[in-house]
Structures are given as C-alpha cells and as structure tokens.
Design a protein. Structure first.
Length: 419
C-alpha cells in the first residue's frame, strides 16, 4: 500500500455494526514486537476478523515499533515495508502458522541509537540516543489509527504504556516464551515452549541413556524460571536451576550423580534457565552489545554448567568422570506451529481486545487470571515484575520445584502474583 492512501483511512470511532453493513467505522493498528512465538498469527487473525466484521479497518504495522519509526510521511512514498492493510483472506491463510507474518523487531522508539535513526529523520535527531516518540505519534495520526493493539512482552508493552501516557488509545496483548509479563497467569507462546521442551528433552533421553551421561539443556528464561520449572514439574528433568536463585554447582553435581545412580539407564537431566547463575557469579552473555531495551544477549550458562558438573563428577562418583550431553534448545522451542492452547488463547485475547475497544475502553492489558479471561491496567507491565516465588514454589536444597499445594492453582500452576 502506498503512503498516500493512508490519509483516507480515518473515519469514526468503532461501533458494532450488522454483518451486512460495509462502511468503515474506525481504524485499528496492530503490531508484534520482541521475539517471535507460536500464537502471534492466531492473535492477529482474531483481531482482524472480528474488527472487519464489526465494520472497522485494520492496519498491520510491520516489524514492531520499527514500522512506526521508519514511516515517511510523504504522498506517493512506498511505505509497504512499514505497514499494510489486513484482510480476512490474508489472516486466514496465516492464522494457523507460527511466527508473525507482520515480522518483528526489538526497537525501542524512546531510545534509538544515532546509527539507527532513519535517514529522513537524521537532521533532527543526531544524539547518541534519541527519543522518536514525537515522530511515532505523528505517524499514528498520519495513518489515521484510532486504536493500537501491541502484542509483546514486557519490553514491547512498556513502550505501549508510554504511548498510552501520551494519549494513544492502547489495548495490549501479552506474549513471551518466558511467561513473565506481570499481571497475567499466561502469555502467548508459553504452552508451545513447554510442550516442545518436554518433547525434545524426552527425545534426547535416548542419547543420554545410551552413553550413560548427564544431560544439560539450556532453556529460555532471562529473569524468570517458568520455562525450566514447568517441564521439570512434568517429569522432563530431575533438576532445574533458575534465575531467581543462585545455585551451588557442587550441590547440583551431587544431586545429578545421585539421580543417575538411581536411574536404571544411568543418566540424569537438568534444565538450566539462560539467566541462571552460580553462587558468587553473574549472568553469562554471548556478547557485550545490548539491544534497544538495554539487554545483552544471554547464552552459554548451559555450557559452563556442563563443564563444571563433568569436572566435579569424580568427587561424587567414586572417582569416575561422568560425561555430558549439552544442548541449547533456543529457537527450536519458539519456531513452528502453535499448540492447541497457543491457538485458543490468542483467539480469546484478540476478541477481548476488540470487546474493550468497541466499549471505548483503553489503557488495558488482556490477561488470564485464575483460569478466567480478564483485563488489567496497562501500566501493570511497568509497575511490577513477575518471578517464580522461590519460597513457595522452588526447593532450594533439592534444586527442583515444590510438588505440593496444587489445589485451586491455575492451569500452569505458577501464578502471576507472589503468595
């Protein structure tokens, strides 16, 4: 779509319309930011189909917040890399697939590095870090967007909070493999992540058992250990180490040796969150460079754990070394099609977002709490953090989840609030 057509998109605010009424009644923008997860395309589909049937128009912002930064507000300029009009046919074709057809980025418009400022904005923005929010607001107005639905984790949604504070009518949808967006028990992508982690761990058992080794699997989880906790609860691993508790590598080795000795196939398994750390140490990073939200790329703790447990194993194994299979699951658990839950929840989240917009309610985050769909204030995203409740949910001596007190817990056990 050419940029010049955008000026004609704006109409009245959304109102529920009969199915045979074809006049457009408002424009909704939707975007996906941060890492990809299975379930994003079903969410886009749910929003778009419902909005179109209610008489609204939907614009897909491409590459997350980057699409709203890079727009050139000139007639006849080709902005097809930055946004597109969504149709029912388009979202039906993509809605059953993984990833995000709108693409994504980790752009933070409030902190754009000088080297990343679009060429047409460089004369006005030449500091080392630039706040391009003023341009984003102009671009939203130029596109004629009445409401904005960002889908993302706490980083992406924190900028959604900023736009809401600037007067944009925002309703947000949470997604992240780590399930760590505050205020909700569930984020899109988490179920598929857990499902794949369990499946891949079980597949790797044949190699671990054949060679009688330790198996160390590094999984997602920068600050929160939910992606290590749930598969371990489900029996995929003997132990897990998480960001919320700095662990003793000697104790972990001792436990893994004991687990291996008790196993007739002579192997044991530990899941290692990417943000987990040894006692007295700091997080392990692949590189010192940071993304737009100030995060260094994590990676390597699994390999360090593997080296140390092998080195220490003779101490607890009658002087004999135990070899290790070390595997980083990484993108293998976030690629491909969504599972059942990550097909159903995005559908519900998208429709709830439309319910709010049609009711002229904004500044909200769509959530699941205690097994029921709901919504909370969007600034919950920036007002708190979501972590594993170590005291209630994690056994720091046994380095594994607590296996008790499940009555009246939500489907995925670990709630959104500290208890």
């Amino acid at each position: 779509m050419k940029a010049g057509t955008a000026r004609h998109l704006r109409t009245d605010i959304c109102e529920p319309k009969a199915a045979n009424v074809k006049t457009k009644k408002g424009v909704i923008g939707i975007l996906t930011g941060g890492g990809d997860v299975p379930g994003l395309n079903p969410a886009i589909r749910a929003v778009t189909i419902r909005a179109l049937r209610e008489g609204c128009q939907v614009i897909g912002i491409r590459r997350g917040w980057a699409g709203l930064v890079d727009i050139v507000r000139e007639k006849d300029y080709d902005n097809s890399e930055n946004f597109q009009t969504l149709s029912e046919d388009l979202v039906n074709r993509t809605g059953r697939t993984g990833g995000t057809f709108l693409h994504t980025s980790r752009t933070n418009p409030s902190k754009v590095k000088k080297s990343s400022v679009p060429a047409h904005l460089q004369p006005a923005y030449n500091a080392e870090k630039n706040d391009l929010t003023a341009e984003v607001l102009k671009n939203l107005d130029w596109l004629g967007i009445d409401y904005l639905i960002p889908i993302g984790g706490d980083d992406t949604l924190s900028y959604g909070v900023r736009l809401y504070q600037e007067g944009v009518k925002v309703v947000a949808i949470p997604k992240t493999m780590d399930n760590d967006v505050p205020g909700t028990d569930y984020c899109i992508g988490f179920s598929t992540c857990v499902t794949r982690t369990i499946s891949m761990t079980n597949s790797l058992r044949t190699s671990a058992g054949s060679h009688e080794r330790f198996m160390v699997l590094e999984v997602f989880g920068r600050y929160a250990g939910f992606t290590a906790m749930l598969p371990t609860m489900a029996g995929a691993a003997n132990r897990c180490v998480i960001p919320e508790h700095k662990f003793d590598i000697e104790r972990l080795t001792e436990l893994l040796v004991s687990d291996r000795q008790k196993n007739p196939n002579r192997y044991s398994v530990v899941l290692v969150s990417e943000g987990a750390t040894f006692q007295g140490a700091e997080m392990v990073f692949e590189a010192e460079t940071t993304d737009a939200f100030g995060h260094k790329k994590l990676g390597g703790i699994g390999d360090l754990v593997s080296e140390k447990v092998k080195e220490l194993s003779p101490k607890y194994n009658n002087g004999k070394t135990v070899d290790v299979i070390s595997q980083k699951l990484g993108y293998l658990v976030r690629c491909g099609d969504p599972d059942a839950i990550d097909s159903i929840v995005p559908m519900a989240y998208g429709n709830i977002a439309l319910d709010l917009l049609l009711g002229k309610i904004h500044g909200r985050l769509v959530v699941l709490r205690n097994g029921r769909y709901d919504n909370v204030a969007i600034d919950t995203v920036t007002a708190s953090k979501k972590f594993v409740n170590v005291k209630e949910q994690y056994n720091v001596d046994r380095l594994r989840p607590q296996y008790k007190s499940f009555e009246k817990k939500p489907l995925f056990i670990l709630t959104s609030e500290m208890e």
